[in-house]
Design a protein around this ligand. Sequence first.
Ligand code: ADP
Ligand code: ADP
Ligand code: MG
Length: 671
Amino acid sequence: MFKKILIANRGEIACRVMRTAQRMGIATVAVYSEADADAVHVEMADEAVAIGPAAASQSYLSTERILAACRETGAEAVHPGYGFLSENADFCETLEAAGFVFIGPKPKAIRAMGDKITSKKIAAEAGVSTVPGFMGLIEDADHAAKIAAGIGYPVMLKASAGGGGKGMRVAFNEQEARDGFARAKSEAASSFGDDRIFIEKFIEEPRHIEIQVLGDAFGHSIHLGERECSIQRRNQKIIEEAPSPFLDEATRQAMGAEAVALAKAVDYQGAGTVEFIVDKDRNFYFLEMNTRLQVEHPVTELVTGIDLVEEMIRIAAGEKLRIAQGEVKLTGWAVESRLYAEDPVRNFLPSIGRLARYRPPEEQRRGDIVVRNDTGVAEGLEISMFYDPMIAKLVTWAPDRLAAIDAMSDALDRFVIDGIEHNIPFLAAIMRHPRWREGRLSTGFIAEEYPQGFAPPPPSEDERAVLCAVALAVELLRRDRLDRLPGRLRPHSGKIARQWMVRLGEDDYVPVAIAEGAIAVPTELKVSIGEGAILDVLSSWRPGEPIWRGSISGREVAVQVRPVLGGVRLSWQGVAATAHVMPPRIAELDRLMPVRKAPDTSKMLLCPMPGLVVSIAVSEGQEVKAGEILAVVEAMKMENVLRAERDCTVASVNAAPGDSLAVDAVIMEFA
Ligand code: ADP
Ligand code: ADP
Ligand code: MG
């Protein structure tokens, strides 16, 4: 076994790999860029080597610098994680030529599977069913139109070198095929430096289901069942689960057998994933093979009990596979949510900055529930614009699917992140979504269920009651604390008034009454909300804590609580509200108060996130049509194209290419 390995990656996956290496007694070496000097993976490793500037091309993607770090530290092997150099056959070859072991497949397998056209051909030869289509290169728009007509619409145009959901377009007719070809080609050229495009049938109501495989150097290959990753936004996975609620045992076995056949066909060594698209009749078709550890691998680990990183390391060290196919058992259900630094209510725009507060729920194995949080960040650190905006992967396991989903809901409620925007409200809303809970999925789920983007759903009657009860409990404690400030005269006898009014949002006034008992320290309340029944509210929450934990009529709840001027902002299970609690007389007056209107920004183009202006496409006095490009802003390695929302005339332009702008900076104004 290796004595020391280097992890050529950062963030959660670097930490994840080290966790296993440390358990196996292997020393770990981290590498880090200038932006990551304080990062968690650096702290966690036994040794750490600086490898260059923040830009990945000069650090995490530099074969030379990583090789130098191996030499300097005497690491025997390199684990590449995912992304960066993980699927780079040249890196793998250079490493092995220099006498280091690459923890992953051989360069030949990486090359064969790294190209979508080549891999599809190899898969077809190995007897794997592939998406019907044209396995050659598309020359031009005319050719695209001809091939598409032959396949039959809808079709998908894809970059052969593609990855990460980029460089693909669906076309429903000839015009779209022609336009899609041009756009896919240019996106592929700029993202992958390779503009080869091919076309295949677009599978309708598709589900993304993939098979985890393991192979060793002795020709043994097995599969570890499937993961379903149909909850995607723009072809990128957001929520994954294992097993799939859609597969029956026969389909699982058939898919597993094809995945193993493909792994054998390319002498696959290590952990890999064969991705399939599955139609509504459970026909499945090969999409691609990812020759690395997958982001969503933890769900497989939780249902099989197998540590994939350990198996990868053992295989790379020359050991034989320790598990026979017959020993692989899928137990229970696991769900993973990807937490991103992005603002779900502002069209998922990246949100960077300092993590003022970062307190994940406790990792645990309690009774029938497992909570695991794979993370690479810590409170006080910064989410920078240089890398992937993923904050953490929260994973839960339970004996059945709904219990795993409920455990996820609960864990999301208990996750505290302040300082940046994040997608927890969106993930929490999906956990409650009936269609997700029933498992009626397709990769179109998000586009279909949130066609206008995401807005937190309004609370139901029950949820309103919970929010009001928590708001009152919080307010009573706040008042109690104020009363106890030294030097302050107690303004009342110590008894608490019975009648209250909770204002949710701007003008939703809910009467809340304390049902019985005069209480001095309100940790235990009986309250009635509106016309509703009496609720028992119990909590040991103290002012300042970001989560109100307690029970409401026996139901355990964890509600996020943040102070705002005169009230609190509450969020729970994907619903959110600002609550102000006041005596009824004050509420009467409160209703008469004018509401301050937000300034009118409808005639301005605001910078949606902190970023760098790449280009300004219009000039003063120019008339633009809805949908036209106004400016391009770069943040988090992504170019964000800002378009006109309606027809308008540009009155002034306040920014120029190269300007570094804060969020909400006014880029231009319209007449
Ligand atoms: P998975 O199937 O493991 O979920 P993803 O498609 O989400 O894979 O990609 C995993 C990571 O690798 C992401 O950070 C993504 O940005 C990156 N990635 C995947 N493919 C490529 C590629 N061809 N080029 C650059 N980055 C990639
Ligand atoms: P990437 O390398 O970017 O991960 P994939 O080929 O794995 O590319 O496709 C990513 C996603 O795009 C799939 O999970 C699926 O949602 C969608 N997709 C790809 N090909 C098709 C197809 N032929 N029909 C329908 N959806 C597809
Ligand atoms: Mg894929």
